[in-house]
Design a protein around this ligand. Sequence first.
Ligand SMILES: [Zn+2]
Length: 277
Amino acid sequence: MKSFPCMFGRSFYRCFWLMLFSTSAPLAAQDSVQVLLELNNIIPKVTNNYYLGDAQIRVIYAQKAGAPLIYFNMHDNENTSADAGWQVLREAGGKLVEVQHTGERNISFNVQGKKYQVDPNRIFTPTGIRKTLETNSRFDPAAAAEVEAFSTALVNDFGLKRGDLVVALHNNSADNYTVKDYLPRGTYARDAASVNFVAGSDADDFFFVTDPGHFRRLKSEAYNVALQNNATVTDDGSFSVFCGNFGIPYINVEAEHGHLETQKQMIRAVVRISTTR
Ligand SMILES: [Zn+2]
């Protein structure tokens, strides 16, 4: 297979993917399939391989009948959120997409012998790709093209732009990114249209949403939640900005590292509001 000529990309895997993708259903390019058995729940897990420059990135995908939403874990060092997502997927169904590479937050790669680094949650707009390359390494058009090809593949291959609710799964460290950052005079005040902080709660555990209806529901259930201002939000290339641009409903479930039970309970709240009015 490695000698098969490919006119589309530099890497064998991308070539392989495109050949299959063009003739069959999405997710045909399965490099491996694991089966997870628990309490009679059988969830096939599919691993797709991508290359960003010379860096191999594995994307784990699974689905189970149930809640009409897509869980999306893109930071490989935020394992509490991934664990919480897998556990609620088994209970409530839905789809789950998990990006894995080195266990680090950022993805490092080489293009034409030069080293680059990006934050995988800053690659969903052209401006964001430029900024994250500059911030973490340096901008280069060839590297930017590779990054854009990868983010486009993620979005297209896993149906992240079809309009289903996307539930981003993230973790933060104590007090370094909290719902209070979106309050007036907070670091990200201009990015938010509305904020609800519950006095006495842990500000690290909060939702960040793009849809006013979701904001109202979560606020009425006394959760910490910030509503993205889709008009004024800084274009940092994050997936919430992408969703704001394309009108895709998005809820980020953000919890402190290790807050597994809290994060599971928050994800269950999302399942509840996505399946009831
Ligand atoms: Zn994250």
